[in-house]
Write a protein that binds this ligand. Sequence first.
Ligand SMILES: [Zn+2]
Length: 181
Amino acid sequence: MLKKVCISIIFLLVCLSFAVTYSQAATYHVLSAWCVDSGKHLDWKGSSQYLSYFNTGVNTWNNYKSGVIRADGAFTVNDVTISDVSDLDGNTVALTSITAPFGNGHGTGTIQFATSKMNKLSSLKKTIVCTHEIGHALGLSENNDNGTNVIMYNDITYNTSNNVLHSQDKLNYDYMYNNKY
Ligand SMILES: [Zn+2]
């Protein structure tokens, strides 16, 4: 039984020689690196057995700001690649890592799903995991300060978001969209 399941990029951050650190902006829960390009698009590719959940996650964000997240095509440059792995360290269910040239700004990313843990989750929780990880690719950080019904609340066991964007998710996305991409 998984007692506590984290969906987090924290584990990777400590391993990176180039530091991807959290923003110092106190009022926003955002990262200093993101996968959205300067054209304000997040173009993804890859494969996963959770693709239907991932697409639902894409729609959750795109229903708020349309056309930002797109499947890679012949004329797009890849920003993030999704894949499945058998397991990830510790309690990590899914992992978003972003490689930015100087540790901040736009970078390319990967989203990995640990099948051993994902397969134990309900369909709703699988969807929330996908939406949450996409949030990291958008440059949002963990947000455990505003209740468990925030998409970016990082413990999937207790995440009560129902895959609905919280005002805090929107606030932080707005900040990134209007100031960073
Ligand atoms: Zn997370």
